[in-house]
Design a binder for this molecule. Structure first.
Ligand SMILES: Nc1ncnc2c1ncn2[C@@H]1O[C@H](COP(=O)(O)OP(=O)(O)OP(=O)(O)O)[C@@H](O)[C@H]1O
Length: 349
């Protein structure tokens, strides 16, 4: 096999299989999962910039970028074993390499997000902890609004370019680090058994809606993941969903679930999600409320490699004093796993 194809195989992981060289720098690939043949020029790594990370491959062999500045909040839906965790794993690992504060709520006792503890500034693993963490994030957001306001009124005659309505307009030295909050299996936050739990749920949902409505200007972004996200979850669910304008829908069990994710984007996108086969985990339909959508596939990334990437980047996690009490316990690295680890990277031509 030609050297160019070797490089491609390495860069694309198991998701693109070399078919033949067409001419120097151009090869034909079968994109596993999409089941189509593509002519692809030699890919180079995507340099997305802060908060703009490659996370999957599009059907046309270009990289799908998760761009928080353009689409601040996202909903990732899919049935069990459809590939949601793999998507989050890729996203989290890419963000971990940037000066971004990563926060997790994983009410499945932390089984999904704990492996990334070394890079997480805060982690809540049950609804009680989430109920303590969310108001701290809301307070952080309010403090950031105060900072922007102070800057606006700094002195009469402040040059126009220093007048800003979000953290991105602040001078770099004063700008707080962006925060991405990952919520795995959001339904766990909504489910209640007692009246007391219902009150706690209502408070959390209100806090989440506030973060979704106002977070962008404060540099706080949400990545919400679940199997379904409809009105049946209870008060506030549809209001919160409306704020999560980025949508990624993996295989779902019924049309109603696809419509929850994509119905307000494009009916054809919901149909495309319904057509995803059970044997294609990692395949999804991604869109946003502008109406644009495409089929995407996340690269395979093992949990061990993702965890190792988080350990390697732990030292760049920005400090947020208010989150210190929520810092997760980091177990010692397993022997033999502390060295450099190869990870697959979505690439583009
Ligand atoms: N892009 C991919 N390529 C190959 N295998 C994948 C891909 N994405 C997921 N898988 C495999 O599919 C299985 C399910 O993936 P994953 O755990 O991400 O699903 P999930 O939707 O999070 O499931 P659950 O809701 O049950 O946690 C895993 O064995 C995983 O390795």
């Amino acid at each position: 096999m030609a050297a160019s194809a070797e490089r491609l195989r390495h860069a694309w992981g198991v998701h693109a299989v070399y078919v033949r060289d067409i001419k120097p720098g151009v090869v034909e690939l079968r994109l596993v999962g999409f089941d189509v043949l593509r002519k692809v020029r030699m890919p180079r790594r995507v340099d997305g910039g802060l908060l703009r990370v490659p996370v999957a491959l599009r059907e046309d062999a270009t990289a799908f970028l998760r761009d928080y500045r353009a689409v601040p909040h996202e909903l990732v839906l899919g049935a069990t074993l459809s590939g949601k965790s793999m998507y989050l794993r890729n996203l989290l690992t890419e963000l971990a390499a940037q000066p971004v504060v990563l926060v997790g709520i994983d009410c499945k006792r932390g089984v999904e997000l704990s492996p990334f503890a070394a890079r997480l500034s805060a982690l809540a693993t049950d609804p009680e902890q989430a109920a303590e963490l969310l108001p701290v994030l809301v307070k952080e957001m309010e403090d950031r609004y105060d900072l922007i306001k102070t800057r606006q009124g700094i002195t009469p005659g402040t040059p126009d370019e220093l007048i800003t309505s979000d953290v991105w307009g602040l001078p770099e030295s004063e700008r707080p680090a962006p925060i991405v909050l990952f919520i795995d299996e959001v339904a766990e936050l909504f489910l209640v058994a007692t009246r007391k739990e219902e009150e706690r749920r209502d408070e959390m949902v209100t806090q989440l809606i506030r973060l979704a409505q106002l977070g962008r200007a404060a540099g706080i972004y949400l990545e919400v993941c679940g199997q379904r996200f409809g009105a049946e979850l209870g008060k506030g669910a549809t209001m919160l969903r409306a704020q999560l304008t980025g949508r990624v829908c993996h295989r779902v069990n019924d049309e109603a679930s696809a419509k929850m994710a994509l119905g307000d984007i494009a009916p054809e996108a919901a149909l495309a999600a319904c057509a995803i086969a059970a044997e294609s985990p990692g395949l999804a339909v991604a869109g946003d409320t502008s109406g644009g959508w495409s089929r995407i596939r996340t690269p395979y990334l093992s949990l061990a490699d993702a965890a190792a990437a988080c350990r390697r980047t732990a030292h760049i996690a920005p400090d947020v004093a208010a989150l210190k009490p929520f810092r997760p316990y980091v177990p010692p690295a397993p022997a033999g796993l502390s060295g450099p680890v190869a990870t697959t990277k979505p690439v583009t031509e």
